[in-house]
Design a protein around this ligand. Structure first.
Ligand code: NAD
Length: 553
Protein backbone atom coordinates (compact mmCIF):
# COMPACT_ATOMS: atom_id res chain seq x y z
CA UNK A 1 0.00 0.00 0.00
CA UNK A 2 1.41 3.38 -1.02
CA UNK A 3 1.82 5.45 2.14
CA UNK A 4 0.63 9.01 2.27
CA UNK A 5 3.58 11.20 3.11
CA UNK A 6 3.02 14.86 2.37
CA UNK A 7 0.31 17.52 2.57
CA UNK A 8 -2.09 17.63 -0.34
CA UNK A 9 -2.81 20.97 -1.95
CA UNK A 10 -4.63 21.66 -5.19
CA UNK A 11 -2.55 23.05 -8.06
CA UNK A 12 -3.10 26.70 -8.95
CA UNK A 13 -2.82 28.41 -12.32
CA UNK A 14 -3.50 27.26 -15.87
CA UNK A 15 -1.09 24.35 -16.32
CA UNK A 16 -3.14 21.17 -16.70
CA UNK A 17 -2.15 17.85 -15.17
CA UNK A 18 -5.07 16.20 -16.95
CA UNK A 19 -6.54 16.04 -20.45
CA UNK A 20 -9.13 18.80 -19.94
CA UNK A 21 -10.46 21.41 -17.54
CA UNK A 22 -13.35 19.24 -16.36
CA UNK A 23 -11.03 16.48 -15.21
CA UNK A 24 -8.62 19.10 -13.86
CA UNK A 25 -11.45 20.65 -11.83
CA UNK A 26 -12.38 17.30 -10.29
CA UNK A 27 -8.74 16.61 -9.45
CA UNK A 28 -8.14 20.03 -7.89
CA UNK A 29 -11.38 19.91 -5.90
CA UNK A 30 -10.60 16.42 -4.57
CA UNK A 31 -7.21 17.75 -3.49
CA UNK A 32 -8.69 20.97 -2.14
CA UNK A 33 -11.05 18.95 0.09
CA UNK A 34 -7.94 17.36 1.60
CA UNK A 35 -5.90 20.54 1.92
CA UNK A 36 -4.77 20.82 5.59
CA UNK A 37 -6.24 24.34 5.68
CA UNK A 38 -9.62 22.94 4.63
CA UNK A 39 -9.97 19.38 6.00
CA UNK A 40 -10.33 18.38 9.64
CA UNK A 41 -8.12 15.26 9.53
CA UNK A 42 -6.59 15.04 6.06
CA UNK A 43 -4.15 12.33 7.19
CA UNK A 44 -7.21 10.05 7.54
CA UNK A 45 -8.87 11.45 4.40
CA UNK A 46 -11.50 12.98 6.72
CA UNK A 47 -12.78 16.32 5.44
CA UNK A 48 -15.46 17.25 8.03
CA UNK A 49 -18.59 16.08 9.80
CA UNK A 50 -17.39 13.23 11.97
CA UNK A 51 -15.97 10.74 9.49
CA UNK A 52 -16.96 12.40 6.21
CA UNK A 53 -14.25 11.38 3.71
CA UNK A 54 -13.09 12.35 0.23
CA UNK A 55 -11.83 8.86 -0.74
CA UNK A 56 -12.17 5.43 0.82
CA UNK A 57 -8.48 4.82 1.59
CA UNK A 58 -5.11 5.95 0.31
CA UNK A 59 -4.80 3.38 -2.51
CA UNK A 60 -8.27 4.44 -3.68
CA UNK A 61 -7.24 8.12 -3.46
CA UNK A 62 -4.15 7.55 -5.63
CA UNK A 63 -6.19 5.44 -8.07
CA UNK A 64 -8.75 8.28 -8.40
CA UNK A 65 -5.92 10.76 -9.05
CA UNK A 66 -4.40 8.49 -11.72
CA UNK A 67 -7.81 7.86 -13.30
CA UNK A 68 -8.55 11.58 -13.50
CA UNK A 69 -5.13 12.26 -15.03
CA UNK A 70 -5.76 9.67 -17.76
CA UNK A 71 -9.45 10.38 -18.30
CA UNK A 72 -10.34 11.40 -21.87
CA UNK A 73 -12.79 14.19 -22.66
CA UNK A 74 -15.43 11.66 -23.70
CA UNK A 75 -15.08 9.29 -20.76
CA UNK A 76 -16.79 9.02 -17.37
CA UNK A 77 -15.18 7.75 -14.18
CA UNK A 78 -17.43 5.91 -11.70
CA UNK A 79 -16.67 6.15 -7.97
CA UNK A 80 -18.37 3.81 -5.45
CA UNK A 81 -18.04 4.98 -1.85
CA UNK A 82 -14.69 6.61 -2.45
CA UNK A 83 -13.19 3.91 -4.70
CA UNK A 84 -12.80 4.28 -8.49
CA UNK A 85 -14.52 1.26 -10.02
CA UNK A 86 -14.86 1.90 -13.75
CA UNK A 87 -14.11 4.21 -16.66
CA UNK A 88 -16.66 4.08 -19.48
CA UNK A 89 -16.76 5.76 -22.84
CA UNK A 90 -19.58 8.35 -22.64
CA UNK A 91 -19.56 11.65 -24.55
CA UNK A 92 -18.21 15.16 -24.19
CA UNK A 93 -21.32 16.61 -22.59
CA UNK A 94 -21.68 13.77 -20.07
CA UNK A 95 -20.39 14.11 -16.50
CA UNK A 96 -16.71 13.29 -16.18
CA UNK A 97 -17.37 11.65 -12.80
CA UNK A 98 -20.38 9.92 -11.22
CA UNK A 99 -20.24 9.12 -7.49
CA UNK A 100 -22.43 7.06 -5.16
CA UNK A 101 -21.49 7.22 -1.47
CA UNK A 102 -22.66 5.34 1.65
CA UNK A 103 -25.86 4.03 0.06
CA UNK A 104 -27.40 0.97 1.74
CA UNK A 105 -30.55 -0.99 0.98
CA UNK A 106 -33.21 0.53 3.30
CA UNK A 107 -33.65 -2.47 5.65
CA UNK A 108 -29.85 -2.39 6.24
CA UNK A 109 -29.51 1.39 6.45
CA UNK A 110 -28.11 1.69 9.97
CA UNK A 111 -24.78 2.53 11.58
CA UNK A 112 -24.11 -1.09 12.59
CA UNK A 113 -24.21 -2.37 9.00
CA UNK A 114 -22.29 0.65 7.77
CA UNK A 115 -19.51 0.22 10.36
CA UNK A 116 -19.16 -3.48 9.54
CA UNK A 117 -18.81 -2.72 5.82
CA UNK A 118 -16.52 0.25 6.50
CA UNK A 119 -14.22 -1.95 8.59
CA UNK A 120 -14.11 -4.53 5.79
CA UNK A 121 -13.02 -1.72 3.43
CA UNK A 122 -16.24 -1.89 1.41
CA UNK A 123 -17.69 1.56 2.19
CA UNK A 124 -16.93 5.07 3.31
CA UNK A 125 -19.04 7.84 4.84
CA UNK A 126 -19.39 10.55 2.22
CA UNK A 127 -21.17 13.12 4.42
CA UNK A 128 -22.46 15.76 1.99
CA UNK A 129 -19.68 17.78 0.34
CA UNK A 130 -16.79 15.60 1.57
CA UNK A 131 -17.42 12.65 -0.72
CA UNK A 132 -18.61 14.88 -3.54
CA UNK A 133 -15.50 17.07 -3.57
CA UNK A 134 -17.06 20.51 -3.05
CA UNK A 135 -16.38 21.31 0.62
CA UNK A 136 -15.06 24.88 0.98
CA UNK A 137 -14.37 25.10 4.73
CA UNK A 138 -16.45 26.98 7.26
CA UNK A 139 -17.58 29.69 4.82
CA UNK A 140 -20.44 27.40 3.79
CA UNK A 141 -21.65 27.01 7.36
CA UNK A 142 -21.55 30.69 8.27
CA UNK A 143 -23.68 31.60 5.32
CA UNK A 144 -26.38 28.99 6.02
CA UNK A 145 -26.54 30.20 9.61
CA UNK A 146 -26.67 33.80 8.42
CA UNK A 147 -29.57 32.96 6.07
CA UNK A 148 -31.49 31.41 8.96
CA UNK A 149 -31.02 34.38 11.28
CA UNK A 150 -31.65 36.86 8.45
CA UNK A 151 -34.99 35.14 7.84
CA UNK A 152 -35.77 35.30 11.57
CA UNK A 153 -35.20 39.07 11.28
CA UNK A 154 -37.41 39.34 8.21
CA UNK A 155 -40.25 37.28 9.68
CA UNK A 156 -40.34 38.63 13.21
CA UNK A 157 -38.38 41.88 13.51
CA UNK A 158 -39.12 44.08 10.49
CA UNK A 159 -36.24 42.82 8.42
CA UNK A 160 -33.25 42.97 10.76
CA UNK A 161 -31.99 41.62 14.06
CA UNK A 162 -30.74 45.10 15.05
CA UNK A 163 -32.07 45.88 18.52
CA UNK A 164 -32.73 42.22 19.38
CA UNK A 165 -31.03 39.67 21.63
CA UNK A 166 -30.55 36.07 20.51
CA UNK A 167 -29.67 33.39 23.06
CA UNK A 168 -28.24 30.10 21.88
CA UNK A 169 -25.71 27.49 23.01
CA UNK A 170 -22.74 25.66 21.54
CA UNK A 171 -19.59 27.24 20.13
CA UNK A 172 -18.38 24.09 18.37
CA UNK A 173 -17.42 23.50 14.74
CA UNK A 174 -20.77 24.54 13.34
CA UNK A 175 -22.35 26.25 16.33
CA UNK A 176 -19.40 28.66 16.41
CA UNK A 177 -20.86 30.31 13.31
CA UNK A 178 -23.90 31.52 15.25
CA UNK A 179 -22.44 34.61 16.95
CA UNK A 180 -20.88 35.86 13.71
CA UNK A 181 -24.10 35.21 11.77
CA UNK A 182 -26.22 37.06 14.35
CA UNK A 183 -23.91 40.07 14.40
CA UNK A 184 -23.83 40.06 10.59
CA UNK A 185 -27.62 40.47 10.86
CA UNK A 186 -27.09 43.44 13.19
CA UNK A 187 -28.14 41.66 16.40
CA UNK A 188 -26.80 40.84 19.84
CA UNK A 189 -25.98 37.21 20.59
CA UNK A 190 -25.36 35.45 23.88
CA UNK A 191 -23.97 31.98 23.17
CA UNK A 192 -23.75 29.67 26.18
CA UNK A 193 -20.76 27.33 26.00
CA UNK A 194 -19.65 24.93 28.68
CA UNK A 195 -16.10 24.50 27.38
CA UNK A 196 -14.14 27.78 27.65
CA UNK A 197 -11.48 26.63 25.18
CA UNK A 198 -14.17 26.52 22.48
CA UNK A 199 -15.12 30.12 23.23
CA UNK A 200 -11.44 31.11 23.10
CA UNK A 201 -11.08 29.55 19.67
CA UNK A 202 -14.02 31.57 18.36
CA UNK A 203 -12.57 34.74 19.91
CA UNK A 204 -9.22 34.10 18.22
CA UNK A 205 -10.81 33.62 14.79
CA UNK A 206 -13.10 36.64 15.02
CA UNK A 207 -16.35 34.68 15.23
CA UNK A 208 -17.02 35.95 18.77
CA UNK A 209 -16.51 39.44 20.21
CA UNK A 210 -16.18 38.87 23.96
CA UNK A 211 -16.73 36.31 26.75
CA UNK A 212 -17.86 36.32 30.37
CA UNK A 213 -18.50 33.82 33.18
CA UNK A 214 -21.31 35.89 34.69
CA UNK A 215 -24.96 35.70 33.66
CA UNK A 216 -25.77 39.21 35.01
CA UNK A 217 -22.77 40.62 33.14
CA UNK A 218 -23.85 38.91 29.90
CA UNK A 219 -27.39 40.21 30.30
CA UNK A 220 -26.21 43.77 31.09
CA UNK A 221 -23.85 43.90 28.13
CA UNK A 222 -26.53 42.46 25.85
CA UNK A 223 -29.22 44.88 27.03
CA UNK A 224 -26.93 47.86 26.57
CA UNK A 225 -25.97 46.82 23.04
CA UNK A 226 -29.63 46.14 22.25
CA UNK A 227 -30.52 49.62 23.46
CA UNK A 228 -27.87 51.15 21.21
CA UNK A 229 -28.83 48.84 18.32
CA UNK A 230 -25.19 47.77 18.29
CA UNK A 231 -24.18 44.31 17.01
CA UNK A 232 -22.34 42.34 19.71
CA UNK A 233 -21.62 38.68 20.43
CA UNK A 234 -20.95 37.42 23.94
CA UNK A 235 -19.76 33.95 24.90
CA UNK A 236 -21.28 33.00 28.25
CA UNK A 237 -19.32 30.22 29.91
CA UNK A 238 -21.64 27.76 31.58
CA UNK A 239 -24.19 25.03 31.08
CA UNK A 240 -27.14 25.84 28.82
CA UNK A 241 -29.67 23.70 30.71
CA UNK A 242 -28.83 25.55 33.94
CA UNK A 243 -28.51 29.06 32.51
CA UNK A 244 -31.70 28.97 30.45
CA UNK A 245 -33.58 27.91 33.55
CA UNK A 246 -32.06 30.86 35.43
CA UNK A 247 -32.98 33.25 32.63
CA UNK A 248 -36.60 32.09 32.83
CA UNK A 249 -36.62 32.41 36.63
CA UNK A 250 -35.21 35.93 36.39
CA UNK A 251 -37.71 36.82 33.66
CA UNK A 252 -34.97 37.63 31.17
CA UNK A 253 -36.65 36.76 27.89
CA UNK A 254 -34.47 36.88 24.77
CA UNK A 255 -36.04 37.91 21.49
CA UNK A 256 -34.74 34.78 19.75
CA UNK A 257 -33.83 31.40 21.26
CA UNK A 258 -32.24 28.28 19.79
CA UNK A 259 -29.51 25.71 20.50
CA UNK A 260 -26.55 24.11 18.77
CA UNK A 261 -25.01 21.88 21.38
CA UNK A 262 -24.30 18.44 19.93
CA UNK A 263 -27.49 17.01 21.38
CA UNK A 264 -27.62 14.43 18.60
CA UNK A 265 -24.84 12.58 20.47
CA UNK A 266 -25.70 12.25 24.19
CA UNK A 267 -22.45 10.47 24.99
CA UNK A 268 -19.92 12.80 23.36
CA UNK A 269 -21.77 15.99 22.48
CA UNK A 270 -23.76 17.21 25.48
CA UNK A 271 -22.56 17.89 29.04
CA UNK A 272 -25.24 17.24 31.69
CA UNK A 273 -26.07 20.08 34.07
CA UNK A 274 -24.30 20.21 37.40
CA UNK A 275 -21.23 18.46 35.98
CA UNK A 276 -17.74 19.80 35.31
CA UNK A 277 -16.00 19.06 32.01
CA UNK A 278 -13.51 16.89 33.87
CA UNK A 279 -16.22 14.92 35.68
CA UNK A 280 -17.98 14.44 32.35
CA UNK A 281 -14.79 13.14 30.77
CA UNK A 282 -14.23 10.65 33.60
CA UNK A 283 -17.81 9.41 33.53
CA UNK A 284 -17.66 9.01 29.73
CA UNK A 285 -14.83 6.55 30.22
CA UNK A 286 -15.98 4.81 33.40
CA UNK A 287 -19.76 4.68 33.08
CA UNK A 288 -20.95 5.79 29.64
CA UNK A 289 -24.50 4.53 30.16
CA UNK A 290 -24.90 6.67 33.30
CA UNK A 291 -23.57 9.71 31.43
CA UNK A 292 -26.05 9.16 28.58
CA UNK A 293 -28.91 8.90 31.11
CA UNK A 294 -27.84 12.17 32.76
CA UNK A 295 -27.34 13.95 29.45
CA UNK A 296 -30.80 12.97 28.24
CA UNK A 297 -32.39 14.14 31.50
CA UNK A 298 -30.54 17.45 31.14
CA UNK A 299 -31.74 17.84 27.57
CA UNK A 300 -35.29 17.37 28.83
CA UNK A 301 -34.72 20.20 31.35
CA UNK A 302 -33.04 22.27 28.62
CA UNK A 303 -36.05 21.88 26.29
CA UNK A 304 -38.45 22.61 29.15
CA UNK A 305 -36.61 25.90 29.78
CA UNK A 306 -36.78 26.69 26.05
CA UNK A 307 -40.53 25.98 26.08
CA UNK A 308 -40.93 28.23 29.12
CA UNK A 309 -39.04 31.09 27.46
CA UNK A 310 -41.04 30.53 24.29
CA UNK A 311 -44.22 30.87 26.34
CA UNK A 312 -42.81 34.10 27.78
CA UNK A 313 -42.32 35.50 24.27
CA UNK A 314 -39.02 34.29 22.80
CA UNK A 315 -39.09 33.30 19.12
CA UNK A 316 -37.83 29.74 19.57
CA UNK A 317 -36.64 27.10 17.09
CA UNK A 318 -34.66 23.84 16.89
CA UNK A 319 -31.37 24.08 14.99
CA UNK A 320 -31.11 20.58 13.59
CA UNK A 321 -29.50 18.80 16.55
CA UNK A 322 -32.42 16.50 17.47
CA UNK A 323 -32.81 17.93 21.01
CA UNK A 324 -36.63 17.92 20.75
CA UNK A 325 -36.70 14.20 19.97
CA UNK A 326 -34.53 13.36 23.00
CA UNK A 327 -36.71 15.50 25.27
CA UNK A 328 -39.86 13.90 23.89
CA UNK A 329 -38.42 10.43 24.49
CA UNK A 330 -37.70 11.59 28.06
CA UNK A 331 -41.37 12.46 28.59
CA UNK A 332 -41.55 16.14 27.55
CA UNK A 333 -44.78 15.65 25.63
CA UNK A 334 -44.86 19.12 24.03
CA UNK A 335 -41.17 19.15 23.01
CA UNK A 336 -42.15 19.68 19.38
CA UNK A 337 -44.09 22.86 20.25
CA UNK A 338 -41.24 24.84 18.79
CA UNK A 339 -40.44 24.24 15.11
CA UNK A 340 -37.32 23.08 13.30
CA UNK A 341 -35.34 25.75 11.44
CA UNK A 342 -36.11 24.48 7.93
CA UNK A 343 -39.91 24.56 8.08
CA UNK A 344 -39.76 27.81 10.09
CA UNK A 345 -37.25 29.84 8.11
CA UNK A 346 -35.61 28.15 5.19
CA UNK A 347 -38.46 26.46 3.35
CA UNK A 348 -39.82 29.62 1.69
CA UNK A 349 -36.40 30.07 0.08
CA UNK A 350 -36.46 26.43 -1.03
CA UNK A 351 -39.86 27.11 -2.63
CA UNK A 352 -38.14 29.67 -4.87
CA UNK A 353 -35.28 27.30 -5.68
CA UNK A 354 -32.91 29.29 -3.43
CA UNK A 355 -30.05 27.55 -1.71
CA UNK A 356 -26.30 27.55 -1.04
CA UNK A 357 -24.71 28.21 -4.43
CA UNK A 358 -20.90 28.31 -4.33
CA UNK A 359 -17.98 28.81 -6.71
CA UNK A 360 -14.24 28.24 -6.57
CA UNK A 361 -11.42 29.91 -8.53
CA UNK A 362 -9.22 27.20 -10.04
CA UNK A 363 -6.55 29.84 -10.69
CA UNK A 364 -5.99 29.95 -6.93
CA UNK A 365 -5.96 33.73 -7.21
CA UNK A 366 -8.24 35.57 -4.74
CA UNK A 367 -8.56 38.38 -7.31
CA UNK A 368 -10.72 36.08 -9.43
CA UNK A 369 -13.21 35.76 -6.56
CA UNK A 370 -13.12 39.49 -5.85
CA UNK A 371 -13.95 40.13 -9.52
CA UNK A 372 -16.97 37.82 -9.27
CA UNK A 373 -17.99 39.63 -6.06
CA UNK A 374 -17.95 42.88 -8.02
CA UNK A 375 -20.14 41.38 -10.71
CA UNK A 376 -22.71 40.22 -8.15
CA UNK A 377 -22.80 43.72 -6.64
CA UNK A 378 -23.37 45.20 -10.10
CA UNK A 379 -25.63 42.64 -11.77
CA UNK A 380 -27.75 41.80 -8.75
CA UNK A 381 -27.80 45.28 -7.24
CA UNK A 382 -31.56 45.13 -6.72
CA UNK A 383 -31.07 42.20 -4.29
CA UNK A 384 -29.93 44.17 -1.24
CA UNK A 385 -29.78 41.15 1.02
CA UNK A 386 -27.44 39.36 -1.38
CA UNK A 387 -25.20 42.40 -1.86
CA UNK A 388 -25.04 42.90 1.88
CA UNK A 389 -23.91 39.29 2.29
CA UNK A 390 -21.21 39.58 -0.40
CA UNK A 391 -19.82 42.74 1.17
CA UNK A 392 -19.72 41.17 4.63
CA UNK A 393 -18.26 37.90 3.38
CA UNK A 394 -15.52 39.82 1.64
CA UNK A 395 -14.74 41.74 4.77
CA UNK A 396 -15.07 39.02 7.42
CA UNK A 397 -14.37 35.62 5.90
CA UNK A 398 -10.91 34.30 5.23
CA UNK A 399 -10.33 31.92 2.33
CA UNK A 400 -9.38 28.32 3.08
CA UNK A 401 -7.62 26.41 0.29
CA UNK A 402 -8.66 27.50 -3.21
CA UNK A 403 -10.40 30.91 -3.03
CA UNK A 404 -14.16 30.45 -3.06
CA UNK A 405 -17.41 32.22 -2.38
CA UNK A 406 -20.89 31.18 -1.38
CA UNK A 407 -24.23 32.92 -1.62
CA UNK A 408 -27.83 31.81 -1.77
CA UNK A 409 -29.13 32.22 -5.32
CA UNK A 410 -32.43 31.05 -6.74
CA UNK A 411 -33.93 29.82 -9.98
CA UNK A 412 -32.94 32.04 -12.88
CA UNK A 413 -30.25 33.79 -10.85
CA UNK A 414 -27.99 30.74 -10.86
CA UNK A 415 -28.14 30.21 -14.63
CA UNK A 416 -27.63 33.93 -15.20
CA UNK A 417 -24.60 34.09 -12.92
CA UNK A 418 -23.20 30.86 -14.41
CA UNK A 419 -23.22 32.45 -17.85
CA UNK A 420 -21.58 35.60 -16.53
CA UNK A 421 -18.80 33.56 -14.95
CA UNK A 422 -18.31 31.55 -18.14
CA UNK A 423 -18.10 34.78 -20.16
CA UNK A 424 -15.51 36.14 -17.73
CA UNK A 425 -13.43 33.00 -18.20
CA UNK A 426 -13.84 33.23 -21.98
CA UNK A 427 -12.75 36.86 -22.14
CA UNK A 428 -9.72 36.23 -19.96
CA UNK A 429 -11.03 38.50 -17.21
CA UNK A 430 -10.66 35.54 -14.87
CA UNK A 431 -7.30 33.81 -14.91
CA UNK A 432 -8.65 30.24 -15.09
CA UNK A 433 -11.91 28.28 -15.16
CA UNK A 434 -14.26 28.35 -12.20
CA UNK A 435 -15.97 25.46 -10.42
CA UNK A 436 -19.64 25.99 -9.56
CA UNK A 437 -21.44 23.74 -7.07
CA UNK A 438 -23.52 23.62 -3.93
CA UNK A 439 -24.09 21.89 -0.64
CA UNK A 440 -26.45 18.91 -0.71
CA UNK A 441 -28.57 20.89 1.78
CA UNK A 442 -30.45 22.61 -1.04
CA UNK A 443 -33.98 23.04 -2.24
CA UNK A 444 -34.45 19.99 -4.43
CA UNK A 445 -31.60 17.66 -3.56
CA UNK A 446 -32.28 16.17 -0.13
CA UNK A 447 -34.81 13.97 1.65
CA UNK A 448 -34.28 14.18 5.44
CA UNK A 449 -37.42 13.94 7.62
CA UNK A 450 -35.74 15.34 10.76
CA UNK A 451 -34.20 18.30 8.96
CA UNK A 452 -34.59 19.53 5.41
CA UNK A 453 -37.93 17.79 4.76
CA UNK A 454 -39.38 18.04 8.27
CA UNK A 455 -43.16 18.67 8.32
CA UNK A 456 -43.69 18.84 4.58
CA UNK A 457 -47.13 20.18 3.81
CA UNK A 458 -48.36 16.93 2.26
CA UNK A 459 -46.58 14.60 4.71
CA UNK A 460 -44.02 13.51 2.10
CA UNK A 461 -41.08 14.01 4.52
CA UNK A 462 -39.55 10.56 3.92
CA UNK A 463 -40.00 10.39 0.15
CA UNK A 464 -36.51 10.05 -1.30
CA UNK A 465 -37.33 9.99 -5.03
CA UNK A 466 -36.62 13.72 -5.29
CA UNK A 467 -32.86 13.78 -4.70
CA UNK A 468 -32.49 10.83 -7.07
CA UNK A 469 -34.42 12.64 -9.81
CA UNK A 470 -32.30 15.70 -9.08
CA UNK A 471 -29.08 13.73 -9.64
CA UNK A 472 -30.39 12.12 -12.80
CA UNK A 473 -31.55 15.32 -14.50
CA UNK A 474 -28.31 17.10 -13.58
CA UNK A 475 -26.29 14.25 -15.05
CA UNK A 476 -28.35 14.33 -18.24
CA UNK A 477 -27.85 18.09 -18.47
CA UNK A 478 -24.08 17.70 -18.35
CA UNK A 479 -22.96 18.56 -14.82
CA UNK A 480 -19.25 17.83 -14.49
CA UNK A 481 -19.73 15.52 -11.54
CA UNK A 482 -22.88 14.27 -9.85
CA UNK A 483 -23.29 12.24 -6.66
CA UNK A 484 -25.97 10.43 -4.66
CA UNK A 485 -25.30 9.94 -0.92
CA UNK A 486 -26.99 8.51 2.14
CA UNK A 487 -26.86 9.65 5.77
CA UNK A 488 -24.97 12.97 5.59
CA UNK A 489 -25.59 15.40 8.46
CA UNK A 490 -28.12 13.28 10.34
CA UNK A 491 -26.65 9.80 10.13
CA UNK A 492 -27.44 6.42 8.65
CA UNK A 493 -31.07 5.80 7.85
CA UNK A 494 -32.15 9.43 8.04
CA UNK A 495 -31.37 11.03 4.68
CA UNK A 496 -30.73 10.61 0.95
CA UNK A 497 -29.15 13.54 -0.89
CA UNK A 498 -27.51 14.51 -4.15
CA UNK A 499 -24.55 16.68 -5.12
CA UNK A 500 -23.83 18.62 -8.29
CA UNK A 501 -20.71 20.40 -9.55
CA UNK A 502 -20.19 22.03 -12.94
CA UNK A 503 -17.21 23.79 -14.50
CA UNK A 504 -17.30 27.11 -16.31
CA UNK A 505 -14.30 26.76 -18.63
CA UNK A 506 -15.20 29.58 -20.99
CA UNK A 507 -16.25 27.37 -23.90
CA UNK A 508 -19.53 27.56 -25.83
CA UNK A 509 -20.29 23.98 -24.84
CA UNK A 510 -19.86 24.83 -21.14
CA UNK A 511 -22.25 27.74 -21.62
CA UNK A 512 -24.97 25.35 -22.82
CA UNK A 513 -24.31 22.86 -20.03
CA UNK A 514 -24.39 25.63 -17.42
CA UNK A 515 -27.68 26.94 -18.77
CA UNK A 516 -29.22 23.45 -18.57
CA UNK A 517 -27.87 22.32 -15.21
CA UNK A 518 -28.19 25.62 -13.35
CA UNK A 519 -31.83 25.60 -14.45
CA UNK A 520 -32.77 21.99 -13.70
CA UNK A 521 -30.97 21.92 -10.34
CA UNK A 522 -32.87 24.76 -8.58
CA UNK A 523 -35.87 23.87 -10.76
CA UNK A 524 -36.09 20.55 -8.94
CA UNK A 525 -36.46 22.46 -5.68
CA UNK A 526 -39.44 24.38 -7.01
CA UNK A 527 -40.97 21.22 -8.49
CA UNK A 528 -40.51 19.26 -5.25
CA UNK A 529 -42.14 21.96 -3.14
CA UNK A 530 -44.91 22.66 -5.66
CA UNK A 531 -45.70 18.95 -5.63
CA UNK A 532 -45.95 19.09 -1.84
CA UNK A 533 -48.55 21.84 -2.19
CA UNK A 534 -46.59 24.99 -1.28
CA UNK A 535 -48.34 27.97 -2.89
CA UNK A 536 -45.10 29.97 -3.16
CA UNK A 537 -43.49 27.12 -5.12
CA UNK A 538 -46.55 26.83 -7.36
CA UNK A 539 -46.50 30.55 -7.99
CA UNK A 540 -42.77 30.47 -8.70
CA UNK A 541 -43.31 27.60 -11.13
CA UNK A 542 -45.99 29.61 -12.95
CA UNK A 543 -43.96 32.84 -12.94
CA UNK A 544 -40.89 31.08 -14.26
CA UNK A 545 -42.76 28.92 -16.77
CA UNK A 546 -41.61 25.63 -15.28
CA UNK A 547 -43.60 22.87 -16.87
CA UNK A 548 -45.28 20.74 -14.18
CA UNK A 549 -47.90 18.43 -15.74
CA UNK A 550 -50.22 18.18 -12.71
CA UNK A 551 -49.53 21.58 -11.12
CA UNK A 552 -53.17 22.56 -10.71
CA UNK A 553 -54.64 19.17 -9.80
P1 NAD B 1 -19.60 20.37 18.27
O1 NAD B 1 -19.67 19.04 18.90
O2 NAD B 1 -18.35 20.81 17.60
O3 NAD B 1 -19.99 21.51 19.37
C1 NAD B 1 -20.96 21.37 20.36
C2 NAD B 1 -20.64 22.35 21.50
O4 NAD B 1 -21.65 22.30 22.50
C3 NAD B 1 -19.33 22.04 22.20
O5 NAD B 1 -18.49 23.16 22.15
C4 NAD B 1 -19.74 21.69 23.62
O6 NAD B 1 -18.79 22.06 24.59
C5 NAD B 1 -21.03 22.46 23.77
N1 NAD B 1 -21.92 21.92 24.81
C6 NAD B 1 -22.21 20.62 25.07
N2 NAD B 1 -23.08 20.53 26.08
C7 NAD B 1 -23.36 21.78 26.49
C8 NAD B 1 -24.20 22.32 27.48
N3 NAD B 1 -24.95 21.54 28.25
N4 NAD B 1 -24.25 23.66 27.62
C9 NAD B 1 -23.50 24.47 26.85
N5 NAD B 1 -22.67 24.00 25.89
C10 NAD B 1 -22.61 22.68 25.70
O7 NAD B 1 -20.83 20.40 17.24
P2 NAD B 1 -21.17 21.41 16.03
O8 NAD B 1 -20.46 20.99 14.80
O9 NAD B 1 -21.01 22.82 16.50
O10 NAD B 1 -22.74 21.09 15.83
C11 NAD B 1 -23.63 21.27 16.88
C12 NAD B 1 -24.98 20.62 16.61
O11 NAD B 1 -25.71 21.39 15.67
C13 NAD B 1 -24.90 19.21 16.04
O12 NAD B 1 -25.87 18.41 16.67
C14 NAD B 1 -25.20 19.39 14.58
O13 NAD B 1 -25.78 18.25 14.00
C15 NAD B 1 -26.16 20.57 14.61
N6 NAD B 1 -26.11 21.39 13.41
C16 NAD B 1 -27.12 21.38 12.54
C17 NAD B 1 -27.05 22.18 11.41
C18 NAD B 1 -28.14 22.18 10.44
O14 NAD B 1 -27.94 22.58 9.30
N7 NAD B 1 -29.31 21.75 10.84
C19 NAD B 1 -26.00 23.02 11.18
C20 NAD B 1 -25.02 23.03 12.10
C21 NAD B 1 -25.07 22.21 13.22
Amino acid sequence: MKAHTKSIRAAHGTKLQTKGWQQEAALRMLMNNLDPDVAERPEDLVVYGGIGKAARNWPAYYAIVESLKNLENDETLLVQSGKPVAVFKSHENAPRVLLANSNLVPAYANWKTFHELDQKGLMMYGQMTAGSWIYIGSQGIVQGTYETFAEVGRQHFNGSLAGTITVTAGLGGMGGAQPLAVTMCGGVCITIEVDETRADRRLATGYLDTKTHSLPDAINQAKQAKEEKRALSIGLIGNAAELLQLMAEQSFVPDVLTDQTSAHDPLNGYLPKGMSLQAGKEMREKDPEALITKAKASMAAHVKAMLKLQEMGAVTFDYGNNIRQVAKDEGVKNAFDFPGFVPAYIRPQFCEGKGPFRWVALSGDPEDIYKTDEVILKEFAENRHLCNWIQMAREKIQFQGLPSRICWLGYGERARFGKIINDMVKSGELKAPVVIGRDHLDSGSVASPNRETESMKDGSDAVADWPILNAMINAVGGATWVSVHHGGGVGMGYSIHAGMVIVADGTDEAEKRLERVLTTDPGMGIVRHADAGYELAKKTARDKNISIPMLDQ
